[in-house]
Design a binder for this molecule. Structure first.
Ligand code: BTN
Length: 252
């Protein structure tokens, strides 16, 4: 990827060799009128890449996909915002399935290969009244990185999975193409198809496995995800527990 790289319409690429975070870069472009719906800010290196829960996102220079996409989903009610997470997660997972089996979506929106994380995302929304106005979807996919810092719990890259190096620009375009299909589905109100596929793609769906919540660890089985994004887990007594983001974690 370089300053001459382009994407197919409706996407436009705003490539920058290095930035603090593509999310901040995209927002600053938007504030100056230089980013619109379907603008993709991508970089080779982030000096302050942001992860979930206030963590940082580390990625070796020039090896991975680090990008943020701007959407203007004014058609979507604020309480349906999780559908965008589902759409983005499905697009990435399905494109990765071109290369290997074993990918799943770890609720709410990590992409896993077997028990390892290949992709994380941070999706931020601005609201106008009770509708969405602006969404910045910041996505990090480990593509060609082979060595990770030992502090990271369970990273994996596409290259480690396939044993090959991969061109990042075509991969980015293919993911965006899939995402556009899901976005059109959302615009058309075809919500059931998205939530159905998302539930099918869930990591550990229907498998008894250990979880941890505020009360401690317990054995449970994911039964599904509510429209507002809450995870439903049936514990070993048969009781269904509902969790919002960060209220439950998987014990890996
Ligand atoms: C996570 O912790 O799983 C979320 C990671 C999100 C990382 C991506 S990389 C591109 C974009 N810019 C950032 O600063 N973060 C996201």
């Amino acid at each position: 990827m370089d300053t001459h790289s382009n994407l197919q319409p409706p996407f436009t690429l705003a490539y920058i060799p290095e930035t603090s975070s593509t999310i901040s870069y995209l927002k600053s472009l938007h504030q100056t009128g230089n980013a619109h719906e379907y603008t993709v800010a991508a970089t080779d290196y982030q000096t302050a890449g942001r992860g979930q829960r206030g963590n940082t996102w580390e990625a070796e220079r020039g090896k991975n996909l680090l990008f943020s996409l701007l959407l203007e989903p004014a058609f979507l009610a604020a309480n349906k915002q999780f559908l965008l997470s589902q759409a983005v997660s499905l697009a990435i997972k399905e494109e990765l399935e071109h290369y290997a089996n074993g990918f799943s979506i770890k609720w709410p929106n990590d992409i896993y290969w077997r028990e390892k994380k290949i992709c994380g995302m941070l999706i931020e929304h601005d609201l106008q009244g009770n509708h969405l106005q602006l969404t910045s979807a910041g996505i990090g996919i480990n593509v060609n990185q082979i060595r990770f810092s030992p502090g990271l719990p369970n990273p994996v890259s596409l290259s480690q999975i396939t044993g090959k190096a991969h061109d990042r620009l075509p991969l980015l375009q293919a993911i965006l193409d899939r995402l556009l299909k899901y976005y059109r589905m959302l615009q058309g109100g075809d919500i059931a198809r998205i939530t159905g596929r998302y539930e099918e793609a869930l990591f550990r769906k229907g498998i008894m496995a250990p979880f941890a919540d505020g009360q401690g660890t317990f054995m449970g089985q994911i039964t599904g995800v509510r429209p507002n994004g809450m995870l439903a887990v049936k514990d070993s007594t048969g009781k269904e527990r509902l969790y919002a983001f960060k209220e439950v974690s998987y014990v890996l």
